[in-house]
Design a protein around this ligand. Structure first.
Ligand SMILES: Cc1ncc(COP(=O)(O)O)c(C=O)c1O
Length: 392
C-alpha cells in the first residue's frame, strides 16, 4: 500500500524545514529567510486574551463563520481601511489564518482538474494548496520587476480557469501592484466569469509613497472577488492563527460546509484578541513599518552596490527583496553554501516557482539595524565568493 495519496505526493515539499535544518546545524547564522515580523501583538489584544474564559459559554463551540462581535469589528475595519463595504451580497468569514481562507476558497470553487492562475514567483503555500485541492496551477510569468503581466494572465485563460490569484504587497518579491492593474484584472475576471482571489496579508506594509489597494473595494467586485486578510503580519499575531476572508454570499453555503468540517469554529480566544487588535487597525503597525522602511533602505543600498553580482528589482512593500544572481548557479546549493560557509540564510527562489535563473528571497522582517547590516554584508560577500568561484 502506498504511504500517501497521489494527490499529496504531487505537492511540493516545503523548503522552509530544509533551510531550518541547515540553520540549526550552523550556529551563529543570521537569518534573512524568515517571513515574519518580530514585534509583539498590541497590548490590548493580550489583555483581551487574559480576560478570556470567565464566561462558561466561551468554552463552547462558536459560530462557524466567527464571533458576531469580531465580524462586526471587521466590517468596520474593512469599510474604514480597505474601502470594502460588506453588503448583503458578500460575507466575512473568520478563518484560522489566511492560509485557511485560501484553501477554503479553492475547495469552494474548484473541481478536480480546474485551473487556477498563479503569477510566478508565487507564495509557495498557494501553489501547494492548489495541487492539494486536485486543481491545476497555471503558472504565468511576471515582468522583470515582478509586476503583473496582464497579457500573460489573459492568454492563460481556458474553459477550465476558475480563478486568478494575486498577492499585493507580494511575498516573495515585495512588489506592490498599482491600483490600475488590479482594477484591469478584476474587471477582466468579472467579464470572463472567473474569481479574483486577492491575498492582502501584507496590507499594512507599504513603503514611501506606495499605497495599498483592495480590489474588493471596486464597485461591483463583490460577486467575483475573494479577499484574504491576516492578523499574522500586521499585528504580530502569527501563532494566534486568525485571519478572515470576504467571500461572495453565493459561496457561503460551500465555505460553511468546509469550515464546519475542518475547523468547526475559529479559536475563540484568538478571536477576542483579534477584535481588540482590529479596533486599533493600521496605526498599530505604522511605527514598525516605518522602522522596516529604514532597514529596507540599508539592505537595498548594500544589494545594489555591485550590479554585476545581483539584480535587485524594486520592492515597495512587505519586507522582502527577491534578488537575481548574475551567475548560473543552483539556488538550493547557493542557499546551503551561504549558511554553511557564510552563516547567513536566504530562501532559494525555487521554493516560489522561480525556476529559471538563480533567485533568493531576502527577508528583513525580524532584524534590527545592526543585524541587518551584518547579515547583508555576509550575504553579499558570500555571494561574491560563491559566484566568483563558479566563474573561475
Ligand atoms: C502572502 C501570504 N499569505 C498568507 C500567509 C499566511 O498567513 P496566515 O498566517 O494568516 O495564514 C503568508 C505568510 O507568510 C503570506 O506570505
Amino acid at each position: 500500500m502506498a504511504d500517501q495519496s497521489r494527490r499529496l505526493a504531487a505537492v511540493q515539499a516545503p523548503v522552509i524545514p530544509t533551510v531550518a535544518r541547515w540553520i540549526a546545524a550552523t550556529p551563529g547564522t543570521i537569518s534573512l529567510g524568515q517571513g515574519v515580523v518580530s514585534y509583539p501583538p498590541p497590548a490590548e489584544a493580550l489583555e483581551a486574551a487574559r480576560a478570556f474564559g470567565a464566561n462558561a459559554t466561551e468554552h463552547r463551540y462558536g459560530p462557524v463563520e466567527g464571533l458576531p462581535t469580531l465580524i462586526e469589528g471587521l466590517r468596520e475595519k474593512l469599510a474604514r481601511e480597505n474601502g470594502i463595504n460588506v453588503g448583503p451580497d458578500s460575507r466575512i468569514v473568520v478563518t484560522a489564518g489566511s492560509n485557511m481562507g485560501f484553501i477554503n476558497a479553492l475547495l469552494a470553487i474548484t473541481d478536480p482538474g480546474d485551473e487556477v492562475i498563479l503569477p510566478v514567483p508565487f507564495y509557495f503555500n498557494h501553489e501547494m494548496a492548489v495541487v492539494m485541492a486536485n486543481a491545476t496551477p497555471v503558472l504565468v510569468p511576471t515582468t522583470a520587476n515582478y509586476q503583473l503581466d496582464l497579457d500573460a494572465i489573459k492568454k492563460a485563460l481556458t474553459p477550465r480557469t476558475r480563478a486568478v490569484v494575486t498577492v499585493s504587497p507580494n511575498n516573495p518579491t515585495g512588489a506592490v501592484y498599482p491600483e490600475s492593474d488590479l482594477r484591469d484584472l478584476n474587471a477582466w475576471c468579472r467579464d470572463r466569469g472567473v474569481f479574483h482571489i486577492h491575498d492582502e496579508a501584507y496590507e499594512y506594509f507599504t513603503h514611501g509613497q506606495t499605497k495599498h489597494f483592495s480590489p474588493g473595494s471596486i464597485q461591483g467586485a463583490s460577486a467575483h472577488t475573494i479577499s484574504l486578510m491576516s492578523f499574522s503580519k500586521g499585528y504580530g499575531m502569527a501563532s494566534w492563527r486568525v485571519g478572515y476572508m470576504v467571500v461572495p454570499e453565493r459561496l457561503w453555503d460551500a465555505v460553511n460546509k468546509i469550515q464546519d468540517t475542518i475547523l468547526v469554529c475559529p479559536p475563540a480566544i484568538s478571536q477576542h484578541a483579534a477584535l481588540a487588535a482590529a479596533r486599533i487597525g493600521r496605526r498599530y503597525a505604522q511605527p514598525y513599518v516605518e522602522k522596516l522602511g529604514r532597514l529596507r533602505e540599508i539592505i537595498h543600498r548594500e544589494l545594489t552596490r555591485d550590479a554585476s553580482l545581483v539584480e535587485t528589482p524594486p520592492a515597495d512593500g512587505a519586507f522582502y527583496f527577491f534578488i537575481r544572481l548574475k551567475a548560473a548557479l543552483d539556488p538550493m546549493l547557493v542557499a546551503e553554501r551561504l549558511i554553511r560557509e557564510h552563516r547567513v540564510a536566504a530562501m532559494p527562489g525555487v521554493a516560489f516557482g522561480a525556476t529559471s535563473g538563480c533567485h533568493l528571497r531576502v527577508s528583513y522582517g525580524t532584524l534590527d539595524e545592526q543585524t541587518a547590516a551584518e547579515g547583508i554584508g555576509r550575504l553579499t560577500s558570500g555571494l561574491r565568493a560563491i559566484a566568483g568561484a563558479a566563474a573561475r
